[in-house]
Design a binder for this molecule. Structure first.
Ligand code: ADP
Length: 592
């Protein structure tokens, strides 16, 4: 026991004098304290330590009022260091301390061995005194002291503890309120900076999307004007036309990436497995790439290895998009030299993979940046030097997600100034029973040589077919009409669902199919399909829409559409899809 302790435990006038002196010092020292921890440590150390009890713990009630947490301690187990490594948490109502918090009444236990509430730590401390810290009748915390000897605490000790608790309570309550306010201020500040960061990312995203759209749009608008004026040699005009198409396709790819990102974030990536003829698939990528490479003076090599499989089952659209993204990157980030795609087969641990290797002789990626390239919106090159290289930082994120969705693997190797090589391995997937309309066409093309041939010459595909086109955009209607008339169809155009019903109802045999937009004034595409089915019209209704999310397709089919195609329209595939729909309808109609 310390000097002070001996004095106080000796009782009498000396002890009272000593108590008053410590209380006075305590009050004085508390006056300058404002932080919760400072107040608690001051109670535990100065007051209790000076008075010489074996230990003292200050517990504070949490905001929910459900538990007490140790905020300061002074005793054998904590000889002076102002830190609590593993604070004790006591639920309200549990143990002697918990029961004080629950009842708001002090507890003096003279022999804890006979009190079932006593929570045994390392050894019995036979006396325990726990005093509530009350403010306006509310429990704010508990002061707790234990001693090895039974019947240790005197009435004076109880009075002393109670006085200390009451002297500290107002200050503690104010400090706690301040602490809560500070926590709220920090939370608000964090929320504000998170919102600011999100808004900044959004602005940056919009800026880069706008840039990514405006660059190809500049080419599309510019060349279209030149073509409209009739200027240029025939060679130049061919070149401009190709530039219009390839820039429009690029824009379509950017929009595709944004929609894919949204689908990935919603966890709505669905797969449509397809039998892909590998050589034909690789060849189909060529025209989309050649022009871009040519413009930069790069050579492009398309290699299908003799070991490559003839057919591979996978999601054609996703496989094409991920490969296109990689090829476009290879071209974008290569200033001179070549870009190469090699397709072959590889077996790893008895699983066979379609191996797609895309390499370039471009600017390369530093090893520190490699880990970041798959993050959304991340562009690792200094845009001051590469400001002309358009991009959103989404391409590789989509590539990675698609590769994972197809159960594949991706690996990137790169050397700054030398080039980059991306290896994608895709295992063969299970074929779906139900295929998308678009992939039905694609797989039909791959397997049916007759169809493949027909597609290149759509001249008579829709011969003598009468098609009603319902589309409120005049430009798009004109395009659909031109494509269908080129395939031999007779086309009637109306600009909303109400006019479509008015055109069909008087003679339901007249039209062979309806091609309809979805978002239209007066009666939209859903309502049109619905009303036509109610009228008993059983022929194909093909939704042709810019609404490209999976739920849009389901909604169109549920409304009564027989097929669903998305814009932009592929002039080669569209008449084939329509002819297939009409043909399968008439086959169904003659079946018993
Ligand atoms: P971006 O739209 O910027 O091209 P990506 O997600 O496709 O976005 O790529 C992320 C970043 O990775 C790019 O901004 C670029 O810095 C780097 N990168 C991607 N492909 C290549 C490549 N073939 N060569 C060099 N750097 C590349």
């Amino acid at each position: 026991m310390t000097e002070a302790s001996k004095d106080t435990k000796g009782g009498g006038a000396i002890a009272r004098h000593r108590y008053l002196e410590v209380l006075h010092q305590f009050t004085m020292s508390q006056a300058s304290l404002t932080a919760v921890d400072d107040i608690c440590w001051n109670i535990a150390k100065t007051a209790i330590g000076d008075l010489g009890f074996v230990d003292c713990v200050v517990y504070l009630l949490n905001d929910e009022g459900s538990a007490l947490t140790q905020r300061a301690a002074h005793g054998d187990k904590n000889p002076g260091d102002r830190q609590i490594l593993d604070p004790i948490v006591i639920p309200v109502g549990e143990g002697i301390v918990g029961s004080v918090a629950k009842s708001g009444q002090l507890q003096l236990v003279n022999d804890t061995r006979y009190d079932p509430r006593y929570i045994l730590d390392d050894n019995f401390r036979c006396s325990e005194l726990a005093v509530p810290i009350l403010h306006d009748g509310r429990v704010v915390g508990v002061l707790d002291s234990e001693h090895p000897e039974p019947h240790f605490f005197s009435e004076e000790d109880v009075a002393l503890f109670t006085t200390i608790a009451s002297l500290a309570s107002t200050r503690l309550d104010t400090a706690l309120a301040l602490e809560r306010l500070e926590a709220q201020a920090i939370e608000l500040e964090e929320a504000r900076s998170a919102a600011e960061a999100a808004s900044h990312a959004k602005s940056q995203f919009i800026a880069s999307i706008s840039h990514d759209m405006r660059t190809p749009l500049t080419a599309i608008i510019g060349y279209s004007h030149l073509l409209e004026e009739g200027s240029g040699s025939s060679e130049q005009r061919d070149k401009w036309q190709r530039a219009v198409i390839s820039n429009a396709q690029y824009m379509n790819g950017v929009i595709g990436n944004i929609l894919d990102m949204a689908a990935i974030e919603r966890g709505q990536l669905s797969l449509t497995m397809d039998r892909i003829e590998v050589k034909a698939w690789v060849a189909s990528l060529e025209p989309l790439i050649e022009q871009r490479a040519e413009q930069k003076g790069l050579s492009v090599l398309f290699i299908v290895d003799s070991k490559a499989p003839i057919f591979w089952v996978s999601d054609r659209a996703k496989l094409s998009e991920l490969t296109m993204n990689l090829l476009i990157n290879a071209i974008k980030y290569t200033m001179q030299g070549h870009v190469k795609i090699e397709v072959s087969k590889e077996a790893i641990n008895s699983t066979e993979y379609l191996k797609i290797l895309i390499s370039d002789s471009g600017i390369g990626i530093s090893s520190e940046s490699l880990s970041a390239i798959f993050e959304p919106f991340v562009r690792v090159h200094d845009l001051k030097h590469y400001s002309k290289v358009e991009g959103t930082g989404l391409g590789l994120t989509v590539v990675k997600s698609f590769t994972e969705a197809l159960q594949g693997k991706i690996h990137v190797e790169s050397e700054v100034g030398k080039g980059t090589c991306v290896e994608v391995l895709i295992p063969s997937g299970e074929r779906n029973v139900r295929l998308d309309n678009s992939s039905q066409i694609a797989s039909a093309k791959a397997t049916d040589p007759h169809l493949a041939q027909v597609e290149t010459d759509t001249g008579c595909l829709l011969e003598a077919r009468s098609i009603l086109v319902c589309e409120d955009s005049q430009t798009v209607a004109m395009l659909i009409q031109a494509i269908l008339e080129r395939a031999g169809a007779r086309v009637t155009v109306v600009e909303n669902g109400a006019l479509a019903i008015a055109a069909i109802a008087p003679d339901t045999d007249h039209f062979d199919a309806v091609v309809t937009d979805i978002q239209m004034p007066i009666i939209d595409g859903y309502e049109l399909a619905n009303q036509l089915r109610q009228l008993g019209w059983a022929k194909p209704i093909i939704a042709l829409t810019a609404l490209a999310a999976p739920e849009d397709k389901a909604r169109c089919l549920a409304a009564g559409c027989s097929d669903y195609l998305t814009k932009p329209i592929d002039p080669a595939d569209f008449p084939t899809a329509l002819a297939n729909a009409i043909r399968s309808h008439s086959q169904e109609a003659v079946m018993p």
